[in-house]
Design a protein around this ligand. Structure first.
Ligand code: GDP
Length: 201
């Protein structure tokens, strides 16, 4: 898929204020600092579309971007920031939970995972929650330029092993680097396919 246009639409904390669900959308979510903004900018080839912020936990908003005037990228708040107060975290969870469970045009959620790390409890728990609620998701391993291909394979295998302890099958898995744009074509092709399912009704 060619990205012709990519524009910011709206930020909000209320799912009722999100754009009318008349176009398909895909969401991106992950721990703070996982590389989500960089990935959105890499996919859209727009340097500052999603703000790459040095302050994890700061952006607690649902951000909609419209792509080619045909579909939305949704940038969801990063989770797991230690300094977020318990109360805040609770609110965050409810707000994201209702978005993920209720948004009728949401075709897929991309769960971003830092490819350098050992399987993280919070990521596994979040994916288990998605699976439990039947919310379609994929795993996107970020920053793969930061490790060798054998280290990457080792880390992927560890995650797969953890997932297979709970689930019979794995979701789609993507590997990306925002610095080299590795994985861009595959991810866009996948989005094009799933958006096609929406258009077929
Ligand atoms: P976010 O908080 O998830 O939106 O993360 P950012 O996109 O702001 O990225 C966090 C940090 O990781 C920044 O310093 C980025 O430059 C860096 N980063 C993000 N993606 C990559 C990548 O693919 N490769 C490398 N080497 N660094 C990355």
């Amino acid at each position: 898929m060619k990205i012709k246009t990519a524009e910011f639409v709206i930020s909000n904390t209320d799912i009722k204020k999100c754009p009318e669900p008349t176009l398909p959308e895909v969401a991106f979510i992950g721990r703070s600092n996982v590389g989500k903004s960089s990935l959105i900018n890499m996919l859209t080839q727009k340097k500052n579309l999603a703000k790459t912020s040095g302050k994890p936990g700061k952006t607690q908003l649902i951000n909609h971007f419209i792509i080619n005037e045909e579909w939305y990228i949704v940038d969801l708040p990063g989770y797991g920031y230690a300094k977020t107060s318990k109360l805040n975290r609770f609110k965050w969870t409810k707000f994201i939970e209702s978005y993920l469970r209720e948004r009728e045009n949401l075709m897929n959620t991309f769960v971003l995972i830092d490819s350098r790390l050992e399987p993280q409890k919070i990521d596994l728990e979040f994916m288990n929650w998605l699976g439990h609620h039947g919310i379609p998701f994929s795993m996107v391993f970020t920053k793969i330029d930061k490790l060798s291909s054998s280290e990457l394979q080792k880390n992927l295998a560890k995650y797969k092993k953890e997932m297979l302890k709970v689930w019979e099958a794995l979701p789609p898995v993507f590997t990306t680097s925002s610095t080299s744009a590795f994985g861009r074509e595959k991810l866009l092709k996948y989005i094009e396919e799933i958006n096609g399912l929406y258009l077929k009704g």
